[in-house]
Ligand binder design. Structure first.
Ligand SMILES: Cc1cc2nc3c(=O)[nH]c(=O)nc-3n(C[C@H](O)[C@H](O)[C@H](O)COP(=O)(O)OP(=O)(O)OC[C@H]3O[C@@H](n4cnc5c(N)ncnc54)[C@H](O)[C@@H]3O)c2cc1C
Length: 313
């Protein structure tokens, strides 16, 4: 997760996981252990590449050292709306969530209409009393229920967001980034695909960026999508082999239908079906990543279907 960037509920405040990385020990293609430190001038290109260039490209990371932040209780909130409010909620959310106080991160999930409702889930690291006023603009959209707000220790909140472990489920996710608010036509496209989804478990997730993520230059680390407003995740889950083909084509078709309104993809939501994956994941940073690969792994010892090419013949 760190090598690909690392987006979470604290990222708007503290940056991506990789932005808090201070050092990595890496076993390289020759089997040597490289000590890659932010504070030292040794291997600066490699340290740049390890922050967003994705796993499985440059070596085996055996130790990560992070800057940590003190955090105690946080407030979490859930807001639900009737499904039919979806267009208004999505439009309000996308113009608000990437720009709100960076201590607040509110993600949105929209499933098939049979779910009945859509929901937003947020985490706020400031005093709980400050949360309701911050949510006001979002609550002007549609007919929301009263927000459910809880104050609890950060780790309990993280466990709640993670949910219970799920086994035996199969899934296909694909991502895209929105650098501008989605126009009305794109929101209609999303809604049409959700209405036509083959299973109730299909959904689209929306996660806000901005804040500390955007405060860093897109070329300063290998993670390029810092100026995106939010990421979209097209998600299908199934338990029965018979559901696989319809699930895969729903994700593929939705991604294609949204492509005119979105940019690229997030390497940690790796997608074997992306044709132009290098540019999608790395955008303008791809060239430098290829150079770093050529320097540290010219023979492509670390090689997979979507590993960065070394540039050598
Ligand atoms: C349910 C679910 C929820 C998720 N939620 C989020 C989220 O909220 N935010 C987010 O940013 N991402 C999220 N992800 C994506 C996640 O960041 C990626 O799946 C990530 O690759 C997981 O890391 P892993 O260690 O399990 O790697 P693996 O899946 O095991 O490996 C991924 C790649 O990294 C390589 N690799 C693994 N370990 C190392 C190592 N030590 N050194 C070098 N290369 C290595 C592998 O060869 C492979 O190429 C989620 C994924 C899932 C399945």
């Amino acid at each position: 997760m760190t090598l690909g960037g690392g987006i979470g509920f604290l990222s708007r405040q503290y940056g991506l996981t990789c932005d808090n990385l201070l050092a990595v020990d890496l076993v390289d293609a020759d089997g040597d252990v490289l000590q890659v430190r932010a504070s030292e001038q040794e291997h600066p290109d490699l340290f740049w590449a390890l922050r967003g260039g994705g796993g499985g490209n440059f070596g085996v990371a055996t130790t990560f050292t992070f800057r940590v932040q003190p955090i105690g209780d946080v407030a979490i909130c859930t807001v639900t709306w009737p499904w039919d409010d979806v267009a208004e909620v999505l439009d309000t959310w996308q113009r608000w969530a990437p720009f709100v106080d960076e201590r607040l991160c509110v993600a949105l999930a929209v499933a098939h209409p049979s779910a009945g409702t859509i929901s937003a889930t947020g985490l706020f690291t400031g005093p709980v009393t400050e949360l309701s006023p911050l949510l006001e603009p979002l609550l002007h959209a549609g007919m929301p229920g009263a927000p459910v707000i809880q104050s609890l220790p950060f780790l309990t909140a993280a466990e709640q967001f993670a949910g219970p472990p799920v086994s035996s489920v199969r899934f296909k996710n694909s991502s895209a980034l929105a650098y501008e608010p989605l126009p009305a036509g794109a929101i209609t496209t999303l809604i049409d695909h959700l209405r036509a989804a083959p299973f109730a478990s299909n959904l689209v997730g929306f996660f806000p960026l901005g804040g500390a993520i955007a405060a860093i230059d897109p070329a300063a680390t290998a993670f390029p999508h810092r100026r995106a407003l939010f990421d979209l995740q097209y998600q299908a889950y199934w338990w029965d082999d018979a559901a696989e083909a319809a699930s895969l084509s729903w994700v593929r078709d939705l991604r294609a239908a949204m492509a005119p309104h979105t940019t690229g993809a997030y390497v940690n939501y790796i997608d074997a079906d992306l044709p132009d994956w290098g540019t999608a994941y790395y955008d303008g940073n791809l060239r430098r990543l290829v150079q770093v690969k050529a320097q540290y792994d010219p023979e492509s010892v670390f090689d997979g279907p979507q590993s960065i090419p070394s540039g050598s013949p």
